[in-house]
Design a protein around this ligand. Structure first.
Ligand SMILES: Nc1ncnc2c1ncn2[C@@H]1O[C@H](COP(=O)(O)OP(=O)(O)OP(=O)(O)O)[C@@H](O)[C@H]1O
Length: 307
């Protein structure tokens, strides 16, 4: 598997002795949308800032886009939307993008074209020449997202990209992330919004108190709690209920839960219900939600800080 980021060992101890990252390792596949989750203060921003050399890690070994982490020229192929991105109020949206393009050494003609394209992509074309000071929080965030893409990055880090953005804007941002993946880019998203990450990410890691406590493809992690739910029209009759309980299935009113990783285990339940001429209303496969996974990972790995 080709990796966009491969951290062998990353440790950060802040001045004063607080260990924010306790020597983590992490692999981010190329072309993936990677969601990094964690409670407040878990160390997510510290990790991203260490990779981008915005802060100096205590110890860091690993590669980003095939070069040692911190390699200057490689950073030019990386985009970044910081958490709570702030831009000078007196600049227009277009000037913000143009300014960032200059920092990223994007040639002026290319920058001009991309500025228009990117503001269009984030739904801010009509506001291109208005000052940032007149923007709402969500509009500033959209401009932040556009500036993160100005160097056409191979890898982009988005720290809370939908912070302050309205529902319509969130859908647009999700589509933008999906387009980037379709273009072969790697998108690394830090977010508190589990449902959003669940919709867009194909790989996730959970960071808690400076340690990676879960990491892997979303489908693998959430399939761990796979089970089946069968619902009947009306409650399951007592005789049948006892039979099901004896078989180790859970019964509650009109619902039978079967712990199993394939549908074969559900057939005897359906047969028994049909033999009693009971109407089956629904049979569904259920998986662990990202929220279940997150809560159990954070709980079993130290005290919860809340998200
Ligand atoms: N400059 C600093 N000096 C000392 N401690 C710091 C510094 N910056 C962050 N920390 C501490 O390091 C820990 C991790 O912070 P970090 O901002 O990386 O967490 P986070 O997971 O991004 O949190 P959030 O979700 O709230 O943004 C926190 O306990 C924080 O208080």
């Amino acid at each position: 598997m080709s990796l966009a980021v491969s951290i062998d060992y990353l440790r950060k101890v802040y001045r004063g002795g607080f260990e924010a990252l306790a020597g983590i390792s992490l692999q981010v596949p190329r072309g993936s949308v990677f969601g990094l989750l964690g409670p407040n203060g878990a160390g997510k921003s510290t990790m991203v800032k260490s990779l981008l050399t915005i802060l100096r890690p205590t110890e860091c070994r690993g590669e980003m886009l095939g070069r040692p982490i911190g390699h200057r020229a490689t950073l030019a192929k990386v985009g970044f939307l910081p958490e709570h991105a702030k831009f000078p109020d007196y600049l227009t949206g277009a000037q913000v993008i143009h300014f960032t393009a200059g920092l990223a050494k994007v040639p002026s003609a290319v920058a001009k074209r991309r500025t228009g394209e990117l503001l269009e992509r984030v739904g801010m074309a009509a506001w291109a020449d208005k000052r940032v000071g007149t923007y709402s929080k969500g509009m500033k965030q959209r401009v932040g997202l556009a500036q993160a893409l100005v160097n056409d990055p191979e890898l982009v880090f988005l720290d809370e990209p939908t912070d302050g953005v309205d529902p319509e804007g969130r859908i647009e941002i999700r589509k933008l992330i999906e387009t980037m993946r379709a273009e072969g880019k790697t998108v690394f998203v830090n977010s508190h919004l589990l449902a959003e990450v669940e919709q867009v990410a194909d790989h996730v890691a959970i960071l808690a108190r400076g340690r990676i406590v879960e990491s892997g493809p979303m489908s693998v992690l959430t399939s761990r709690g796979r089970h089946y739910e069968v619902r009947t029209e009306g409650p399951v009759p007592l005789g049948l209920r006892d039979k099901f309980l004896a078989a180790g299935w859970k019964v509650s009113g009109d619902r039978i839960d079967i712990e199993a990783d394939n549908a074969a285990a559900v057939q005897p339940v359906i047969d028994a219900l049909r033999a009693e001429r009971l109407m089956i209303r629904e049979v569904k496969e259920a998986r662990l939600s990202l929220e279940d996974l997150f809560l159990s990972a954070v709980k079993t790995n130290g005290k919860e800080n809340g998200i």
